[in-house]
Design a protein around this ligand. Structure first.
Ligand SMILES: [Zn+2]
Length: 229
């Protein structure tokens, strides 16, 4: 079946050794691409047995474990507890290293609305709106993420079948519509803190994420106006 999007091609790949603050180390093969439909600089991190120079699944190996991870500057880089992106990415890198596969780093900050708008949405959330209502109040869709570039990267890597590391059924559905066969959906752990409890509960309720959250949830420490109690 021919893909339902323009073909992208691998532009370069280079090994990058990585060390995390907790001491975990791995080496990724970082791929760049030509022809991604939105023109942004998305990356694929090949990990474990996919960190070699010539990865392919055309030899009948197990489908690789793949996590499409949407960029979150505050969570991924600065340790924000407003969300669970940083711990999720850290978990994904280790699990993919063990299983063999790819982390697709997608440059769609704030569910696709951009960094400044995401911070504006945080301010609205401190007045009582949930994460989806806040995006709508700013004139955006509840979730503007599009996984076409993820499908393009997988196609360029020669992958037609993947095990998807995600709690988000929308990722599996979109990839399926784009011609990627999701053989299995592997849930990630729950990274709960007092600050992100309301966010995770909203994701579970509104986004139909498969999250097992404890009841009662810890109290969020964010008061009106964003002041910490
Ligand atoms: Zn985040």
């Amino acid at each position: 079946m021919s893909p339902r999007f323009p073909a992208a091609t691998i532009r370069t790949h280079v090994p990058v050794p990585m060390r995390y603050a907790d001491g975990f180390t791995t080496t990724a093969r970082v791929f760049t691409f030509d022809g991604l439909v939105d023109g942004r600089q998305h990356l694929a991190f090949g990990l474990g047995d996919r960190a070699g120079a010539f990865p392919t699944d055309r030899d009948g190996r197990q489908p690789p474990l793949v996590r499409p991870h949407s960029e979150c500057l505050t969570g991924d880089v600065f340790g924000s507890e407003r969300c669970d992106c940083g711990p999720q990415m850290r978990e994904a890198v280790e699990r993919i290293t063990h299983a063999g596969g790819y982390l697709l780093y997608l440059r769609q900050e704030g569910r696709g609305i951009g960094l400044y708008a995401k911070l504006d949405a945080y301010a609205l959330q401190d007045t009582g709106l949930d994460t989806y209502e806040a995006n709508r109040a700013l004139g955006f869709g509840e979730d503007e993420r599009d996984y076409t570039v993820a499908a393009q990267m997988l196609h360029a890597l020669g992958l037609t079948h993947v095990a998807l590391l995600s709690n988000n059924p929308d990722k599996a559905a979109q990839l399926g519509q784009l011609g990627v066969t999701v053989t299995e959906q592997v849930p990630t752990g729950v990274h709960l803190s007092a600050a992100n409890a309301r966010y995770l509960a909203t994701k579970a309720r509104r986004g139909v994420h498969t999250l097992d959250l404890p009841v009662p949830l810890p109290l969020a420490p964010w008061g009106p106006g964003g002041a910490r109690r």
